[in-house]
Design a protein around this ligand. Structure first.
Ligand code: AMP
Ligand code: GLY
Length: 423
């Protein structure tokens, strides 16, 4: 079968790498892709939100399945676009329809979903510019720290956590009245602060049954010891050592099952990956957020641990036969270390030649922000390249990733040297 992957990051390179191992794959396309996908697939220079160009490509190349990497096209309704088009409606799309994608597109919508289906999460109230005074009163009733969330997509910057009541009020006003995040902060969710350690659980569903995929923990801050600005993710570890069987059972019974059942009850068709961000509070899991896609760089550690044929898995999702499949996982730990451009997550330069790729041994290389220029691999984004390794535990896997990261070089290259410090 011919398959198209939409996206251009490390997540998409990892999916391309995994799909390319299947003998059920004929041609693999990635739009727009990067220098890593270029080696194993056909890169097509069209954007993930250019639905008309995607349609033309799918028809011309007889593509039978489209895997959607990032959230943007899902929230913009790419799955519905296919279903509503006479020529595209039989093509399988992996990723939820627009309504279910709102679980990531609107924090308020996600909160209401969790309340309706009794899924454990932080207590909250939401406010608009008309109710900003009520928002101030609500903040006065809470204990610090104060958690303020812009309702809509704000490129990962929409959550602000403050210790000071006055600063929280100023922030609330800036979001609601001064439109700090534009339309994304027209509604703000204020919620109870949850104190604990974070992890993510990934679920694959065909809308009827589901498989719980490996857990992962990512490191979002740029600085060592989880300090400094948020990034897309500086590295990840799978499985999460503290997520033992008893804790995973709680996650499945209290969160995964009611989520998949809730999607059915609410008539929100969902064929794809669900990324559930959790905090372990005491011994109990609580949901911080849903994402309607796989994580990046979590994919770089989750997919290498899945032993099933990925074409078969995705076909089973499309045909709603996922319950017939036995998930087979590698018990080893996988870690990934992300190398990033100097200055990221602030401004940074692109086009720096990446050296040392060919000397990497016994690790997997997943390109993120890279492109080819005059036959050379050069940087083309903030997050540049992820190095994934296996080990009997996270320490040995990380040691292997770091040996190989040190062989890579480009001007300004940065990476976190302390992954796993909190485990
Ligand atoms: P989100 O964009 O919803 O993932 O939030 C970004 C980050 O803010 C999360 O990864 C958490 O570290 C933190 N966070 C979000 N909600 C809460 C909460 N209720 N309590 C504590 N930390 C939170
Ligand atoms: N690594 C976090 C994300 O993909 O949203």
């Amino acid at each position: 079968m011919n398959i198209l992957i939409l996206g251009s990051g490390g997540r998409e390179h990892t999916f391309a790498w995994k799909l390319a191992q299947s003998n059920k794959l004929s041609k693999l396309f990635v739009a727009p892709g990067n220098a890593g996908t270029e080696k194993i697939a056909i890169n097509i220079p069209i954007g993930v939100n250019d639905f008309d160009a995607i349609k033309k490509l799918v028809l011309e190349e007889n593509i039978e399945l489209v895997f959607v990497g990032p959230e943007d096209p899902l929230v913009n309704g790419i799955h519905d676009f296919f279903l509503n088009d006479q020529e595209l409606k039989t093509i399988a799309v992996i990723g939820p329809e627009k309504l279910a994608a709102t679980l990531e597109g609107s924090k308020e919508f996600a909160k209401e979903f969790m309340m309706r289906h009794h899924i454990p999460t932080a207590q909250y109230k939401s406010f608009t510019s008309e109710t900003v005074e009520d928002g101030f009163k609500f903040l006065e009733e809470l204990n610090p720290p104060f958690v303020l969330k812009a309702d809509g997509l704000a490129a990962g910057k929409g959550v602000v956590i403050l210790n000071d009541l006055n600063e929280a009020k100023i922030e609330l006003k800036s979001m609601l009245v001064d439109e700090k995040f534009g339309a994304a902060s027209a509604t703000v969710v204020i919620e109870e602060f949850l104190d604990g350690i974070e992890l993510s659980v990934f679920v694959l569903t065909d809308g009827d049954s589901y498989k719980v995929l490996p857990t992962a923990k990512d490191y979002k801050r740029i600085g060592e010891g989880d300090t400094g600005l948020n990034t897309g993710g500086m590295g990840a570890i799978s499985p999460v050592p503290f997520a033992d069987k008893a804790f995973m059972d709680k996650i499945e019974q209290r969160i995964v099952k009611p989520t998949v059942e809730g999607l059915k009850k609410d008539n929100m068709p969902y064929k794809g990956f669900i990324f559930i961000g959790l905090i372990k509070v005491g011994e109990d899991p609580k949901v911080i957020e849903y994402n309607v896609r796989m994580g990046d760089p979590e994919t770089e550690v989750v997919l290498p641990r899945i032993q099933n044929d990925m074409v078969e898995l995705l076909k089973a999702v499309a045909n709603q036969t996922l319950s017939n499949i036995d998930l087979k996982l590698d018990d080893r730990t996988a870690t990934t270390v992300m190398t990033v451009s100097g200055g990221y997550p602030g401004s940074y330069e692109k086009g720096k030649e990446i050296k040392g790729i060919e000397s990497i041994k016994d690790s997997l290389i997943f390109h993120a922000g890279t492109t080819l220029k005059d036959g050379k691999v050069v940087t083309n984004g903030g997050r540049v390249m992820a190095i994934t390794s296996f080990g009997t535990d996270f320490k040995s896997a990380l040691a292997q990733s770091y040996i190989n990261v040190e062989k890579l070089s480009f001007e300004g290259m940065n990476y976190r040297k302390d992954l796993g410090f909190d485990l």
